[in-house]
Design a protein. Sequence first.
Length: 69
Amino acid sequence: MFSIDQVKATAKSSVKTLIFPESYDDRMVQAAAAIAHEGWAEVVLLGNPDFIETRRKALDVDLRRVKTI
């Protein structure tokens, strides 16, 4: 049986890129921020950068490690 720590370690050791096309969904913005913060994957949010920035401020999340296209 795997522990959460083992899953996290495995995810960090083989960093992949996740692309979220649903940047209009607050849950996706929050998930992108959390995944990037934990270092589990490189994260890309697709959408209008101005809209994403507005959502970032409203949700008070750190998207410095998230690429927006």
